[in-house]
Design a protein around this ligand. Structure first.
Ligand code: DX5
Ligand code: ZN
Length: 229
């Protein structure tokens, strides 16, 4: 498993808000603008009250973006049996929810055995301490900054402290997981995400539904540069 992590924080566009009639074009545009990771939201209608897509769509993303990191976020109950089909479809990162995994340690091992990077996602109401026993083995911590299920919701500010606590834990224990914010990332909230230690910032509607994606990307990038120069 080798996870490509850019040195500075970055936007990971979520295809949930892309135009599915032109998915390949939308993904190519995101990559051309500089997106290093493409985020794919899998919803099963049980863990969350919405349904999205399966491995074939991830395969289409993989072929439209052969160089990008394909980041698959599984908002599903019992994700274990899905890991292999999504990995086979081209996922580089497989993120599961702690709330959906009674045997989280084993699930993370399974992801690593498949040669993928392992992410663990926390709902807004889930304390970060719940994953403390596995933090030294995870590659990505996904802090849900909205309740999972839909794009276009407002950022929940209370989740910022979770990132700060995780950043402190990581430096104290010399761990190396990536801190990801997922949900409600926009020009209005990106500064707070960066300040709290967010590195991978998932943006669905604020990128794909922007009136001018190129302009939106440049705005995000200038805010990242300001925070990190
Ligand atoms: C929400 C998904 C997010 C979603 C974010 O359940 O996990 O990845 O695409 O969408 P926005 O950026 O519109 O909040
Ligand atoms: Zn997501």
């Amino acid at each position: 498993m080798s996870l490509t992590v850019p040195p500075s924080p970055f936007i990971a566009p979520s295809i949930l808000s892309a135009d599915f009639g032109h998915l390949g074009d939308d993904v190519r545009q995101a990559v051309e603008l500089g997106a290093p990771w493409i985020h794919c939201d899998i919803m099963d209608g049980h863990f969350v009250p919405n349904l999205t897509f399966g491995p074939d769509t991830v395969r289409a993303v993989r072929s439209a973006a052969p160089q990008a990191t394909v980041d698959v976020h599984l908002m599903v109950e019992r994700p274990d049996w899905m890991l292999e089909p999504f990995r086979e479809a081209g996922a580089d990162i497989l993120s599961v929810h702690v709330e959906a995994c009674p045997h989280l340690h084993r699930t993370i091992q399974q992801i690593h055995d498949l040669g993928a990077a392992a992410g663990v996602a926390l709902n807004p109401a889930t304390p970060w301490q719940r994953i403390e026993p596995v933090l030294s083995m995870v590659d990505v911590v996904v802090i849900m900054s909205v309740n999972p299920g839909f794009g276009g919701q407002s950022f929940i500010m209370e989740t910022l402290d979770k990132a700060r606590a995780l950043r402190d834990w990581r430096s104290k224990h010399e761990a190396s997981f990536v801190i990801q914010f997922d949900g409600g990332v926009s020009p209005e909230t990106i500064d707070a995400c960066l300040d709290a230690g967010g590195q991978s910032l998932v943006a669905g509607s604020s990128f794909f539904k922007a009136p001018d994606r190129k302009e939106r990307w440049a705005l995000f990038q200038s805010k990242i540069n300001q925070a990190y120069d």
